[in-house]
Design a protein around this ligand. Sequence first.
Ligand code: ADE
Length: 276
Amino acid sequence: MSAAWTARVLTLFPEMFPGPLGASLAGKALENGVWALETVDIREFARDKHRSVDDTPFGGGPGMVMRPDVLDAALEASAGAPGTPGRGRVLYLTPRGRLLDQALVRELAAGSGVTLLCGRYEGVDERLIAAHALEEVSLGDFVLSGGEPAALVLLDACVRLLPGVMGNAGTAGEESFEGGLLEYPHYTRPALWTDGQRVERAVPEVLLSGHHEKVAAWRLAEAEAITRARRPDLWAPYAEAHRAEWDALEAKKRRRQRKNRTADGKSASTGEGQVS
Ligand code: ADE
């Protein structure tokens, strides 16, 4: 078996890991050696008797900043110095980073693993980011108390894509973002359900038809409608990518309508097909 996909996490709170990733599918995969988790306690690399990892910001201002010398020692001892062969990608989780999306998750899951630096306080000294060419990654436009919950989310998204982790291999291909769209709505039994307000809610008829092509067409139309309404940022590139295909379909439809009109015109003038 090839070496397991490895998550190396540098943190001041190693006890937060694997946390929720120790349960369910990710937990089973961890137990089975599909992926490996290595936590590095940043405090072990402190250099003074107080074991300090942070200090006040130069220039003044609130909060504390994580020291570059301490983080450098932690990174060198675990991932290795920049340029070390096989070092892999080293990410720093921060609201200032590039937004995490499914494309980046796919890239990371396809590699040999990741090293994640979790910041606390006001963040890390800027020189450390430059010295280690850290890739800054954010979960979104909100501020967490530290990088640890973000690391757990990122790892969850990666681990579920590793071969053998998800039970149903077909599921990953149809979910949100895979085709640039949000996911279509799902329904299960009962086919007719009466909610708490006594409203009868039926499953869309087409899903009960057993007609696979019609079901697929309905799902695509729903996914497109939801994406268009909720996420113009996803809709714009999707529409752009499909423009030529839609134009061709539209042209074909118009040609067919013209042909039908001509045929109708001819049959009207000859009286063909008319009921007297
Ligand atoms: N650390 C604090 N807030 C964060 C965010 N939004 N994304 C990633 N890491 C963070």
